[in-house]
Design a protein around this ligand. Structure first.
Ligand SMILES: O=C(O)CCC(=O)C(=O)O
Ligand SMILES: [Fe+2]
Length: 353
């Protein structure tokens, strides 16, 4: 819970900076509800026996306004930039912020949501806590469209307005349709040879029914993955990974991924929250699907569930302290606000990786 408070106030600071970067009043993005809802995705990627045949998370863009992410020291997160995958290397104490589709939509492409993925690796576990700022599937009639303040006769709206639940329907079920104006470039899922002789959905369900979890497979000592984890070479190697950091010094400026260090969240809180995610996933638990990771989703706002709804292992680290309501948390420190106009760059330590 303590982390939740920090993440909410950091989220509001980021929205102020982004509002100012768009030439709007600092409260604009907050006032239209961009930090109204948020949910934690607590990810656990066990060491993978065949890391070259699957991914932790396939290529995607986040279906939210923006995301605040903390990761442990195991490398894996990559961002697509100019047709190359670039590692977002772990840096102790830093948090990662990235723009999601909904900010791209309302900013009329001034901010770009960006493709990213997580590689599976033979070392692990990789642990991350991903906070998605969106009201997600909660019913809402609120329509989001390119902000009229950003439009003019010369700058027409690039996107149609949509409610968040409607946008999600197109994101989940028909990538590329509906809001095709979002130019959503979904992960290619062309069948592999195995898929042709293998009923993937049935196998995934059977795996889920065993309640083994991905970690459960590792505990069982498997040397080969169940075939439904295998991804086609076309998906795995759609672009080369760039290893020369000097080639992408322009990267943060162009793309919607930032590494933030002076975020005001105490180091011990970051550490405790990642330890909590790890502890949760290292208990016996149920499985969820066919990416090389296990996930726990906690919706934190606008409706915060009572602490007893949370799995015990997490409660101690970030649910244990008193539960507050949306809008709590300290005002952003003055230093952030003064820096606003100069955009997010002053919050950023260095280029990637
Ligand atoms: O685990 C990570 O670092 C990122 C996962 C991710 O991209 C997501 O949950 O949207
Ligand atoms: Fe993501």
């Amino acid at each position: 819970m303590e982390y939740s408070k920090h993440v909410q106030s950091l989220g509001e600071v980021i929205l102020e900076l982004l509002s100012e970067a768009l030439g709007l009043d600092p409260d604009h993005l907050k006032d239209i509800g961009c930090s109204e809802g948020y949910a934690f995705h607590c990810q656990y990627y066990p060491a993978c026996p065949e890391p070259n045949r699957t991914l932790g998370v396939g290529r995607h863009r986040d279906p939210d306004f923006f995301t605040i992410l903390v990761q442990n020291q195991i490398q894996g997160l990559q961002v697509l930039h100019r047709d190359h995958w670039i590692y977002i290397s772990p840096m102790e104490g830093a948090v990662i912020v990235n723009i999601g589709d909904l900010l791209q939509l309302i900013s009329n492409d001034k901010f770009k949501s960006v493709d990213h993925r997580v590689l599976a690796t033979s070392v692990g576990p990789r642990v991350s806590l991903v906070c998605l700022f969106t009201t997600d599937l909660q019913p809402s009639d609120k329509v989001y469209a390119p902000l009229k303040e950003l439009l003019s006769p010369n700058i027409p709206a690039l996107y149609k307005g949509t409610t968040i639940p409607n946008y999600l329907k197109t994101y989940v079920s028909k990538p590329g349709n509906g809001l095709s104006v979002l130019k959503f470039d979904h992960q290619k899922t062309s069948p592999t040879e195995e898929d042709q002789v293998y009923d993937r959905a049935k196998a995934v369900k059977a795996f889920d029914d065993t309640k083994a979890s991905v970690q459960g497979l590792v505990d069982a000592g498997i040397a080969k993955l169940p075939p439904f984890f295998y991804m086609s070479p076309e998906v795995l190697h759609d672009h080369p990974t760039l290893t020369d950091p000097y080639l992408h010094s322009d990267f943060q400026e162009e793309r919607g991924f930032f590494r933030v260090i002076n975020h005001g969240i105490p180091q011990h809180v970051l550490k405790e929250v990642l330890d909590g995610v790890r502890r949760f996933h290292e208990q016996p638990r149920e499985s969820k699907g066919a990416s090389w990771k296990d996930t726990l989703i906690c919706v934190m706002a606008p409706d915060i569930p009572p602490p007893e709804k949370y799995p015990f292992a997490c409660r101690a680290s970030y649910i244990g302290v008193a539960v507050g309501g949306p809008g709590f948390g300290p005002r952003p420190p003055q230093r952030y606000r003064v820096l606003g106009r100069t955009y997010l760059w002053l919050l950023i330590l260095s280029g990637f990786p």
